[in-house]
Design a protein around this ligand. Structure first.
Ligand SMILES: *Cc1c(COP(=O)(O)O)cnc(C)c1O
Length: 403
């Protein structure tokens, strides 16, 4: 229904009905949409969830996460516990040497990470791979960081030879390097240790480089997979500077959110610049959504390490199984090791819409999240196989047409 923004609610023909129906219709549509969602890594199992009473409250985390709580409308202690959980997962052996906060999204966490990098190295040039998330070059534009895109391997990992070449061409300028753990397009994991070794070889020691790892999806997958090489597992066991994750992907918060953890030295450098009685305000957003903190806290502590580890193992297994089934149906498929993302030729528009596949450049992808059910995958495989057969027949027919 179209409602004029100028309308006085009292003039609307049936206000009680409108207030009841419009949200209810939207809810119905969302349920339908969520049931058949394959294209984006949305966590959609919300149990345990935040007790409903809290949804009625304004909870605003005002200012620095590491500061003491100053108003009665914050959930700061829970934010610290959440960050502590992530720090442990990501190998921060000395949590006091690290800093972290909940962000509005993985995108915003990437923006913060690169902001910290720019403050550390004001003359730095950002290097990122062609398959880095769009938020990386966007952050570079917002922060006016000169940036250069690097090639990827066909599987979607950053091309380390091209990295070495680019470093040699920087004329000694410092470098900000954005790596990805679980690329959006192909679920690839950049070789973090390999990239750092290339930096070292090129003479880029820790004081002349800043390494940010965008681990929006796989930051909550790879740390749990003991068979994944340490070189691609995101964490501070490697000489990285900051690490970001989305809250509404594997963590499963029912609203967009994210988190950033960095070495404390970077947060401290930024915090000094703030003239404010509150200490070390690093987050670019002063007002932050504590409902997200509650949601993430409830998920992490309510489920525990072992449950997330099981999710990661199971989803990685199921992604490989989906890839095998699609290959069995004659499709060409890419599913990188330890990845939840399965990539294949883009089917017709109707099918892409039905399963809400993410499509680009003739490829489509499905992400096997914990909430993706077996019946949904079965339906998808059978529809995709039928489409591939139809297309194969059309191609055959085209080949046999007289010229
Ligand atoms: C999803 C994603 C992002 C963006 O995260 P949002 O939380 O959706 O803003 C960034 N990088 C990668 C690799 C992603 O998969």
């Amino acid at each position: 229904m179209k409602i004029s923004p100028l309308a006085d609610p009292r003039d609307l023909p049936d206000l009680p009905r409108l207030l009841r129906d419009e949200p209810r219709d939207t809810e119905w549509r969302l349920h339908r949409g969520h049931e058949r969602h394959l294209g984006h890594p949305y966590g959609q199992s919300f149990d345990p969830g935040v007790p409903p009473g809290l949804a009625q409250l304004l909870i605003n985390n005002l200012g620095a996460p590491c500061a003491d709580q100053q108003t009665g409308t914050e959930a700061r202690e829970m934010e610290r516990q959440v960050i502590g959980w992530l720090m442990q997962l990501w190998g921060c052996e000395m949590p006091q040497d690290h800093w972290g906060a909940i962000s509005a999204s993985g995108t915003e966490a990437n923006l913060w990470g690169l902001h910290l990098g720019r403050e550390a190295l004001p003359d730095g040039v950002l290097l990122y791979s062609a398959d880095a998330h769009a938020s990386i070059p966007k952050a570079a534009r917002m922060l006016r960081i000169p940036a250069q895109e690097l090639h990827c391997t066909p599987e979607g990992e950053i091309d380390l030879a091209h990295l070495a070449e680019a470093l040699a061409g920087l004329g000694g300028k410092p470098v900000l390097l954005a790596l990805t753990c679980g690329t959006t397009a192909k679920g690839a994991h950049d070789d973090i240790a390999g990239a750092i070794a290339v930096l070292e070889t090129a003479g880029y020691g820790p004081e002349r480089r800043f390494v940010h790892v965008d681990a929006a999806l796989s930051g909550m997958v790879l740390p749990f997979l003991s068979d994944a090489a340490l070189s691609i597992r995101p964490g501070f066991h490697l000489a990285i500077d900051s690490l970001s994750v989305s809250g509404h992907k594997m963590i499963g918060a029912p609203m967009p959110c994210g988190a950033l953890v960095c070495r404390r030295v970077h947060a401290r450098r930024n915090g000094h610049r703030v003239t404010d009685p509150r200490p070390a305000e690093v987050a670019p957003m002063r007002t932050r959504n504590d409902h997200a903190v509650l949601a993430i806290w409830t998920r992490l502590f309510g489920r525990g390490y072992a449950a997330f580890a099981e999710d990661a193992r199971r989803c990685a297994r199921r992604a490989q199984a989906l890839a095998r089934q699609l290959r069995g149906a004659g499709a060409q498929v890419l599913c990188n090791p330890h990845s939840l993302t399965v990539v294949f030729a883009q089917p017709d528009e109707g099918m892409a819409r039905t399963y809400q596949l993410a499509c680009s450049k003739g490829l489509a992808r499905a992400v096997v999240m914990p909430s993706v059910t077996e019946p949904l995958l079965d339906c998808f495989v059978s529809d995709y196989a039928a489409w591939a057969t139809r297309r194969g027949m059309e191609n055959d027919a085209a080949m046999t047409q007289p010229r």
